[in-house]
Design a binder for this molecule. Structure first.
Ligand SMILES: Cc1cc2nc3c(=O)[nH]c(=O)nc-3n(C[C@H](O)[C@H](O)[C@H](O)COP(=O)(O)O)c2cc1C
Length: 212
């Protein structure tokens, strides 16, 4: 790869992996890249757990599939079996990766307590304050994950940013022994890609960009 744009353009979501271990130094490299992302008020409001233990991965797979089944239970007779089977597969393919990185969000601080207290006097609570600031805690997590995905790709591995497992977020906290003040956000399965993804359609520059 010659330049940053090559790296950004060629990164793709990968959903099938070869059955090969990833050295710990490489996992640490991915996490290091994530921890240098920008974050609102430099909160660094993240925590990462790289799960290699097959039993723990299996437990997470089971609880995610169970959650999907529970949600779809009422509609199970109306929905085609093929939908149910593919839904289960799409929420649980992470379980076949050699490493699954779980991403949690911790409480973000705000650098200007005076401004926050004025907003609170005007009737805002913590949630509406976060809305005003476009949920900068979640945005920060996104920046960290994207850094991580690019580092993974640079090293020749593939990964997929998965938010669907968040439907079983609290149970994932429990399996990983993470207290609920840290909110589960995403799973990132990582491994050597077992296929080449189809080309993706990209919106034109005119559609998404202008200079005024
Ligand atoms: C916030 C976010 C959540 C995502 N969640 C999932 C997911 O749960 N399952 C999945 O298969 N892909 C998920 N993806 C991957 C997207 O489907 C993928 O990035 C998109 O289709 C573009 O393809 P590309 O990553 O190959 O460029 C997610 C991506 C983002 C940014």
């Amino acid at each position: 790869m010659n330049c940053f744009l090559d790296l950004a353009v060629s990164r793709r979501s990968i959903r099938k992996f070869e059955d090969k271990e990833i050295p710990v130094e490489d996992i640490e490299y991915f996490i290091k890249a994530a921890t240098y992302a920008p974050s609102g008020c430099n909160s660094q409001c993240w925590k990462f757990i790289a799960v290699k233990d097959r039993d723990i991965i299996k437990k997470i797979e089971n609880i995610v599939i169970q959650k999907v089944d529970d949600i779809l239970k009422e509609k199970a007779e109306e929905l085609p079996q093929s939908y149910l089977a593919s839904k289960r597969k799409m929420v649980s393919f992470f379980a076949k990766a050699p490493v699954v990185i779980a991403v949690f969000m911790t409480k973000a601080k705000f650098y200007d307590e005076t401004f926050i207290s004025v907003l609170k006097e005007q009737g805002h609570d913590n949630k509406s304050i976060m809305d005003i600031f476009a949920n900068y805690d979640i945005l920060s997590i996104g920046a960290a994950i994207q850094n991580m995905l690019l580092a993974i790709h640079e090293k020749g591995y593939g990964a997929c940013w998965m938010n669907e497992p968040a439907i079983a977020g609290k149970d994932i906290n429990e399996v990983l022994g993470i207290s609920l003040d840290k909110r589960f956000i995403s799973l990132i399965p990582v491994g050597i890609p077992a296929y080449t993804p189809r080309e993706k359609k990209i919106k034109s520059m005119d559609e998404v960009f202008s200079i005024v």
